[in-house]
Design a protein around this ligand. Structure first.
Ligand code: NAD
Length: 493
């Protein structure tokens, strides 16, 4: 019998009101059932929101350093259980063990970081225009945070949202992606072990339409933080607008590595392989476009293709595997669809292009690392998000052209330049309209103590991580204390 996990509501694990469940299978071997999870609906969301509402006054009243102490315990427990948590994540999501260890580590880092914010949460004190008057600003929690998360960073992204929400005194209802509920169940178990009071975090598993939609529409939810596709993000934004809810969106990407003619080509190739095929290309920051100066184009392409052909694809639990499967059949079919589109629009298929089904790969959603060369920036493979192991290489004649091509997509998450020339590096840094920029490194590798997020169709102006993450989960209150004992009229009331 497969393990069956319920929802976590008001400190108890309970089945969906309907009693229905859904299965979660290993994408590297669909014969392996990971577990079954509550297939919840609006009633379950309502119960979870009610629990979060009841827990809010108590959690808000707990001094922030005390909330921080609980988060420190969470981080310690995550650290202790890191290996098991990583293995569970590889089984349910497919990425290789080294990467799932990194995912859990990001959750640990974010939890320590936000625990520390329990003793900071700085506001301002400023002089008044009046004598005998004191003024300051403080952060206050918004209330109930509704968190909707994707499958590609199954524990990191939930932590990026949950920890800032909690340290500020908000209570939480989280809806994990249906492909990766186990990692959020594991995170919630750790919160429970660390002594988080009941009702402060609630988890409801199930589909986007039956759980995500009622969660973002709930009148009691004050802030919605969403990471996922731009298409769904737009719906979240529309749902939040009528009630003026705080709304934080992290969405799609079509990130670019720009390789200049003075670049160290060996380094750029390594970066493009890791940036393009790490997490099977299923990262919002994946380097799915590489723009290469024509003087080093032939050399770069030759080495890049050789590198891609040499990548070992397989089950992420095996130490030799360098690239795992796509997360599900739909994602694999999207990759196949784009390979067909690329061929039809005249991109040159240089590596890969097919599903892998030989031997032990037969039961999984595996696809070859795929490279299209001689792409023009207007080809669909070169400007639409594919979210799989497909990289488009585009030749250019100058840095200016590289920047123009780099900025020509609808997204603005991450970009990078490979060059030995500091003037070029800084020019590219300034001119690329993205939220993240790298020099002589691929488009991936963000750390928790710098803001994370993107421009254009990638984000709505907010940032995750660092102290910027506190903004969306708090309201500023400005406080004026007049101790003059008389009415003092301000110049501006
Ligand atoms: P998705 O938009 O399909 O789903 C994201 C979450 O939204 C899931 O929990 C899903 O169940 C839920 N959802 C789906 N439909 C919904 C609806 N109608 N109402 C409410 N909730 C709904 O995205 P995905 O396939 O899980 O993730 C891949 C996408 O996420 C890619 O576009 C990727 O670029 C993006 N992503 C962005 C970042 C970032 O930080 N910018 C990070 C990771 C992933």
């Amino acid at each position: 019998m497969a393990t069956r996990y319920g929802n976590y509501i008001d400190g108890a694990w309970i089945p969906a009101a309907s009693g229905r469940v859904f299965e979660n299978r290993n994408p590297a071997d669909t014969g392996e059932l990971i577990a079954s999870f509550a297939d919840s609906g609006p009633d379950d969301v309502e119960r979870a929101v009610a629990a979060a509402k009841a827990a809010f006054p108590g959690w808000k009243a707990l001094p922030a350093p005390k909330r921080g102490e609980i988060l420190y315990r969470v981080a310690e427990l995550l650290l202790k259980q890191k290996e098991q948590l990583s293995r569970d994540m590889t089984r349910e999501m497919g990425k290789v063990l080294d990467e799932t260890r990194g995912d859990v580590q990001e959750a640990i880092d974010m939890t320590y970081y936000m625990a520390g914010e329990g003793r900071r949460q700085f506001g301002q004190t400023t002089p008044s225009e009046m004598p005998d008057k004191f003024q300051m600003s403080v952060r206050q929690p918004v209330g109930i945070a509704g968190l909707i998360t994707p499958w590609n960073f199954p524990m990191a992204i939930p932590s990026w949202k949950m920890m800032p929400a909690l340290i500020l005194g908000n209570t939480v209802v989280i809806k994990p992606a249906t492909d990766t509920p186990l990692s959020v169940v594991n995170l919630v178990k750790v919160l429970e072990q660390a002594g988080l009071p009941k009702g402060v975090v609630n988890m409801v598993t199930g589909s986007g339409s039956r759980v995500g939609t009622p969660l973002m529409n709930s009148a009691d939810v004050g802030v919605v933080s969403f990471t996922g596709s731009t298409e769904v993000g737009r719906k979240v934004s529309e749902a939040c607008a009528p009630g003026f809810k705080h709304c934080h969106l992290e969405m799609g990407g079509k990130n670019v590595i720009m390789v200049m003619d003075d670049a160290r080509v060996d380094l750029a190739v390594e970066g493009a392989l890791w940036g393009g095929f790490g997490t099977t290309g299923q990262r919002c920051t994946a380097a799915s476009r590489v723009v290469v100066h024509q003087r080093v184009y032939a050399e770069f392409v030759e080495r890049f293709v050789a590198g891609a052909k040499g990548l070992r694809v397989g089950n992420g639990l095996e130490p030799k595997t360098q690239m795992g499967p796509c997360v599900n059949l739909g994602q694999l079919e999207t990759v196949e669809k784009y390979v067909k589109i690329g061929r039809e629009e005249g991109a040159k298929l240089l590596a890969g292009g097919s599903r892998l089904t030989a031997g032990p790969l037969a039961n999984g959603y595996f696809h070859e690392p795929t490279i299209f060369g001689d792409c023009s920036p207007t080809m669909r493979v070169a400007h639409e998000e594919i979210f799989g192991p497909v990289v488009s290489v585009i030749p250019v004649r100058s840095l200016e052209e590289a920047i123009e091509v780099g900025n020509s997509v609808d997204y603005g998450l991450s970009a990078s330049v490979y060059t030995q020339d500091i003037n070029r590096a800084f020019t590219a840094m300034r001119e690329m309209y993205t939220g993240i920029f790298y020099v002589n490194a691929p488009t991936i590798g963000a750390e928790t103590h710098l803001p994370f997020g993107g421009t254009k169709n990638t984000g709505n102006g907010h940032r995750e991580a660092c102290t910027q993450a506190l903004e969306v989960f708090s309201e500023w209150k400005s406080i004026y204390v007049d101790f003059s004992g008389k009415l003092q009229r301000a110049q501006i009331d």
